[in-house]
Design a protein around this ligand. Structure first.
Ligand SMILES: Nc1ncnc2c1ncn2[C@@H]1O[C@H](COP(=O)(O)OP(=O)(O)OP(=O)(O)O)[C@@H](O)[C@H]1O
Ligand code: SF4
Ligand SMILES: [Mg+2]
Length: 337
């Protein structure tokens, strides 16, 4: 049994742009690396402003987007370039997505329970009807629903909260080891959000499942996560224990993000074409720090030289402020003054 559930190694995704940026390339994900341990389920949050590359990372892990370079290793198996449908099915049995809008996950003309039965059939999870009911009922009960409650009902006959719970139950049917939840509650009524987010924390232990939780909502992230990755224009700029990052952020961008606590973007979806601003394209293509234009601590070195990944106070931070050279320079400067 490999000791890593997931290994993401130097993942890069370059998109070729169209429209008014035709001919330009955009590095939506730049050298992202992280691991999730096997047998130690955790909730790992990816946060960052819109267009920072969170969904692209998720789609590459799910096998829905092919990386330009880098690797995705799942339970010791290289799943970077899944081509065949059969391989994708096998991968998605283990790594299940939960989408943002439950009303898009379920076809309005199809009964909700039929999705659960289909999952059971497609993955040959039960031989008898009795077994099938058991396979379905357990995840449903775990999200606070029963088969009786949803049987024969169409999506519009359930509330948004119930429907998102049903989509979590559906994702659990194959007993995956990793759930990838991309803004799972941003379309759900605000009063119900916390109860659904709490579910992930409960399921982590009950189903031994890790969750990659993508969100703009740092408050819910703080509440349920074990670790957090802060993304900015394709870079992971700070990564570590949730308490450390949220209570004593080091990267100037993390500090601003935590101070401003941005609201979820209800317009964002998995596949939509996000309209790029000129600043975004400029920031994405900058050789140096992507936060240079906006950083209150920007130095000359930040302009053209990519910041190193530094281990500082128990987390990884990508910023020149923490590089050995700058720290030494500051020490010498202080001494001379
Ligand atoms: N298929 C695509 N073609 C071209 N550019 C893309 C494509 N998909 C994403 N991008 C660009 O890649 C960047 C990262 O997009 P991504 O959707 O991963 O960001 P995100 O962090 O999930 O944003 P949000 O919080 O709004 O969902 C964005 O600038 C986006 O415009
Ligand atoms: S590398 Fe420089 S510009 Fe970037 S966040 Fe750090 S100090 Fe600011
Ligand atoms: Mg997204």
């Amino acid at each position: 049994m490999p000791n890593k559930l997931l290994e993401v190694k130097n993942l890069v995704k370059i998109f070729h742009l169209g429209g008014r940026f035709f001919g330009s390339k955009l590095k939506a994900v730049n050298n992202v690396s992280f691991d999730i341990e096997a047998g130690k389920p955790e909730i790992l949050t990816f946060a960052g402003e819109t267009g920072s590359g969170k969904t692209t990372v998720a789609r590459m892990i799910l096998g829905l987007e092919e990386p330009t370079s880098g690797k995705v290793i799942y339970k010791g198996r290289d799943v970077t370039h899944i081509k065949k449908r059969q391989e994708l099915m096998k991968h998605m049995k283990e790594v299940q997505p939960i989408f943002q809008n439950p009303f898009e996950t379920f076809n309005p003309l199809k009964k909700v329970d039929s999705y659960l039965f289909e999952m059971t059939d497609n993955y040959h999870l039960a031989k008898t009807n009795e077994e099938k009911l058991k396979v379905i009922e357990e995840p449903l009960n775990s999200v606070g629903l029963t088969l009786k409650e949803i049987k024969g009902r169409y999506p519009n006959e359930l509330s948004g909260g119930q429907l998102q719970r049903a989509s979590v139950a559906r994702a659990l049917i194959t007993r995956p080891s990793l759930l990838i939840a991309d803004e799972p509650v941003s379309m759900v009524d605000a009063s119900l959000r916390m109860s659904i987010v709490n579910l992930f924390a409960e399921l982590k232990n009950k189903f031994n499942v890790s969750v990659l939780y993508i969100t703009h909502d740092l408050a819910t992230a703080y509440y349920i996560s074990d670790r957090i990755a802060i993304m900015l224009r394709g870079d992971v700029v700070e990564f570590g224990d949730i308490e450390k990052v949220m209570l004593s952020p080091l990267h100037p961008y993390t500090k601003i993000l935590i101070e401003s606590v941005p609201q979820p973007d209800p317009e964002g979806t998995w596949k939509e074409d996000i309209k790029l601003s000129a600043l975004e394209v400029k920031e994405f293509s900058r050789l140096g720090c992507k936060f240079y234009e906006r950083c209150p601590f920007a130095m000359e070195v930040c302009k053209n030289i990519e910041p190193p990944n530094v281990f500082e106070d128990g987390r990884e931070v990508k910023c020149h402020l923490y590089s050995k050279e700058i720290k030494n320079y500051k020490k010498v400067k202080k001494f001379v003054e």
